[in-house]
Write a protein that binds this ligand. Structure first.
Ligand SMILES: Cc1cc2nc3c(=O)[nH]c(=O)nc-3n(C[C@H](O)[C@H](O)[C@H](O)COP(=O)(O)OP(=O)(O)OC[C@H]3O[C@@H](n4cnc5c(N)ncnc54)[C@H](O)[C@@H]3O)c2cc1C
Length: 370
């Protein structure tokens, strides 16, 4: 087979690879995204689809800011993707809610928000009482313990499978090749990089590694190990009900099709992916306290997925030691960050700087020289 030659190859076409690949449109480069389903890297197909800014990263304020930046870039990106692909993406930019079940919980969340407000300088959210929660989502019968919620207006929810499908439909229409092929290995060839795949060898000047946990293997030509680990999430899917949740609720989120996804676990169990019912049942019990009607519904199925968790829980956007033309992308909230990845990472891939907010997210923080 002939070697195929590109300016940029993106290895991995989950949500991160698709976003960066699409972001390279208009940069006058020949680009291809190489992807094949693998059993380990299923996060893009297993997630809830929340665009979630609140309730996280007080200890990493720039990462928190990065989520808000992405959320603000999302509406224009969705509009553009829909136009390019000729498909629509179910999405609600309506804010998001975290219900609280006790006064203590309510106060704890409120304290967190105030600290975030100080750390970020601006925060479009606050605690709301039960009456206001009922006004926001009037069709939900909240459990008697629900005393209020944390509210953030920059949160939202998108149908993640449709988002991926639309990215993939938009890529070839915008001039980026999408090639379904398993990647075996990558190596430096002196002036560029060879990517060995089941469809032969692809060659490029610049390489993006966006292959989820497989990145750990692919970086090995440049560094001994990548500081990321698999972080398991498990969810339950409850049968279809009338659509009553235009504003997403964390941990018990109704999908656009009317089913409800329950779950917010983070577990460290290596590559063990089977669902552990006794673990995910705890979230089921919590969900029924929030929204008792769920207790009368059937669970349709459950699934798990492995997030790629950098050791300090912040994203990794970095060149590799000794390889300034190789970019690695690993983050555990890549649906939330997809708009930032599309709009703000491509210049870095092509040799520019990272945006100021993301400058601390390289591998330098782990002691690598890159
Ligand atoms: C239960 C659960 C719920 C979640 N909920 C949310 C949420 O609500 N909001 C949010 O922002 N994030 C959420 N996440 C996290 C989010 O899903 C991940 O951050 C995201 O999917 C990571 O995307 P990625 O493209 O970087 O990696 P992956 O999803 O792992 O994609 C990597 C891609 O590379 C491909 N690949 C790997 N190896 C090879 C190879 N050798 N050859 C060819 N292709 C290869 C894979 O097939 C895959 O398509 C959730 C995760 C889980 C598990």
């Amino acid at each position: 087979m002939d070697t195929k030659i590109y300016d940029v190859l993106v290895v991995g076409g989950g949500i991160s690879g698709a976003a960066v690949g699409y972001g390279l449109v208009g940069k006058k480069k020949k680009v291809a995204v190489l992807d094949a389903p693998t059993e380990t890297n299923m996060a893009t197909r297993a997630n809830v689809g929340l665009i979630w800014c609140q309730s996280k990263f007080l200890h990493l304020p720039n990462y928190a800011k990065w989520a808000f930046i992405s959320s603000n870039l999302y509406p224009a990106l969705v509009k553009e993707l829909e136009e390019v692909a000729g498909l629509s993406i179910p999405v609600n930019f309506t804010g998001g809610l975290i219900p609280t079940l006790s006064e203590e919980d309510y106060k704890k969340r409120g304290d967190y928000i105030e600290k975030l407000r100080i750390a970020l300088g601006e925060y479009k959210g606050n605690m709301i009482d039960r009456a206001e929660l009922e006004r926001k989502l009037p069709k939900i019968s909240w459990g008697p313990e629900v005393c209020g919620a944390a509210w953030c207006e920059d949160d939202g929810v998108i149908d993640p499978l449709t988002l991926l499908r639309v990215f993939r439909a938009a890529l070839p229409k915008a001039g980026v090749e999408y090639v379904q092929t398993l990647v075996y290995e990558v190596e430096s060839n002196g002036g560029g990089y060879n990517v060995f795949t089941e469809q032969g060898v692809f060659e490029c000047e610049r390489l993006v590694l966006a292959a989820g946990l497989s990145n750990r293997r692919f970086v090995q030509f440049a560094m001994p190990s990548l500081p990321v680990y698999p972080d398991k999430g498990q969810v339950l899917l409850v049968e279809r009900m009338p659509y009553v949740m235009p504003i997403p609720v964390l941990g018990v989120t109704q999908t656009f099709g009317g089913t409800t996804i329950i779950g917010f676990r983070h577990e460290s169990s290596g590559h063990h992916t089977p669902v552990v019912p006794e673990a995910v049942a705890l979230e089921g019990v919590w969900a029924m306290r929030v929204w008792p009607e769920l207790g009368h519904k059937r669970i349709l199925r459950s699934w798990s997925g492995l997030r790629v968790m950098p050791e300090d829980k912040m994203a990794i956007y970095s060149h590799l030691p000794g390889h300034p033309k190789v970019t690695i992308i690993n983050t555990h909230s890549a649906i939330t960050m997809a708009a930032a990845h599309t709009r703000l990472l491509p210049d870095f891939v092509l040799g520019g700087d990272l945006p100021e907010t993301a400058r601390g997210m390289t591998l330098k923080r782990f002691g690598f020289d890159c």
